[in-house]
Every structure is written in C-alpha cells, then in structure tokens.
Design a protein around this ligand. Structure first.
Ligand code: DX5
Ligand code: ZN
Length: 215
C-alpha cells in the first residue's frame, strides 16, 4: 500500500518545503494533478511545476492528466522520477494507442475513470494497463466529498483483476480521509491519493503518519 499526497492542495508558495515534509514523514509518491480548463472546469499547473521538484525530492511522480489531447503533452511529463502517467478514458478516443504511446516513452501507463464511467470500457485494454485510477469525486477540484459508488467499483475491479490474473495497480482519488481510507484499501486499492486531508492538516507530516498507521 502506498500513499500519494496530491500537491494540488499544497501551499504553492511553499511547495518545496511541504514536499520535503511529506517525504520525511514517509509518503511514497507525489500525485500531480494536471487540469486544462477543457476536460475539467479548472486549470491547475503544468509540467514546469512538477519539474521544479526534480532532484529536490527523491519521491516518484504519479501524473494524473485531466486534459484533452493528452498525447500531445505526454513527453513534457517524462522525467527520471516519473513513474506513472495516467490519462482519462473519457478524453481518449484511441485509448489503446495512447497507452502504447505512454509505455513507448518509458513510463508506466495508467487510465482513469470518472465516477459515471463503467468498468466495462476497459475490458479490452486490461492487459495493457499498469494502473487503473478510480475517481471517487468528479475531477476538477480538491476537497470534494467521496462518492460512495466508487467503493463498489473498486470491489468489482478487484474481482476482475483476480479472475483475469492482471497485474495492474488500483488507485483511488478523491475525498479520501482518515475515516474512509481503510474501507478502500480493504476493497483492493493499493495506491491512495489524498489531497486536502494531507495538505489541509495543521501538521502535514503527522497527518501522513496517521494515514500510514492505517495501512
Ligand atoms: C481531483 C484530483 C484529485 C484531488 C484530490 O480532480 O484528481 O487528485 O487533488 O483531492 P482531495 O483528496 O482533497 O479530494
Ligand atoms: Zn488526481
């Protein structure tokens, strides 16, 4: 089980310090939320912000592209520290090709599903993906409430993973806190994104520890 704090909820004026704090406390991965104002109704930051952390932290990057035409920007997000690049199924008419493109640039390939998107859309690419990100809020903003049907989606995905003997990691993103994290990890989640619950805490290092105690 790994914890991936989302820097979307960090204090951007202290990004380096806050990332150092979560790294010292034992967080495993940095979740990088990229929003374009088209696929989602908000703009966040681009590759330059992520790259400013290269070498300042040893943590790997988990890039979540909430953008249209992700193929056009993939290369920008490739660094020595980039572990996953995840695109949205809803933004990729040629998803199979996009997944090959991600792997072709030497990074693990992830696909994200919005809350209303069924698992069945991934039926024919399950063997191609390294990670499936289940959105438990509608993408676009930090600090939203967990949508309960995401839990059933994780349980069903875990069942599929077992039956088909697939190697993908299950990630959850949106509204995760100390109260509900155990439920999603029990259901099969291995990579947990937490934004406002980490960076909104009075002591972000201690909050990371509290999460890790529940893993
Ligand atoms: C939502 C983003 C999430 C967000 C999570 O569009 O993909 O990664 O930062 O933030 P919380 O944990 O506050 O819901
Ligand atoms: Zn995200």
């Amino acid at each position: 089980m790994r914890l991936a704090p989302s820097i979307l909820s960090s204090d951007f004026s202290r990004l380096g310090e806050e990332v150092e704090e979560i790294e010292k406390a034992g967080a495993h991965v940095i979740h990088v939320d990229v929003m374009d104002g088209h696929f989602v109704p908000n703009i966040s930051y681009g590759a330059a912000v992520m790259k400013s952390l290269c070498g300042k932290t040893a943590l790997p990057f988990d890039v979540h592209l909430m953008i249209e035409n992700p193929d056009q920007y993939l290369e920008d997000f490739v660094t020595d520290q980039t572990e996953y690049i995840t695109v949205h199924q809803e933004a990729c008419p040629h998803l199979h090709r996009t997944l090959q493109h991600i792997k072709g640039v030497g990074v693990k390939a992830g696909v994200a599903l919005n809350p209303a998107t069924p698992l069945s859309v991934l039926d024919y690419v399950l063997e191609e993906v390294d990670l499936i990100l289940i959105m438990s809020v509608n993408p676009g903003f930090g600090g939203q409430k967990f949508i309960p049907s995401a839990l059933r989606k994780v349980q069903e995905l875990e069942e599929i993973r077992r039956k088909r003997d697939c190697g993908f990691v299950i990630e959850i993103d949106g509204g995760i806190n100390l109260q509900n994290v155990k439920k999603v990890t029990d259901a099969g989640v291995q990579l947990v994104v937490a934004g406002s619950s980490v960076f909104g805490a009075e002591n972000i290092g201690r909050r990371v520890n509290e999460f890790l105690e529940l893993f």
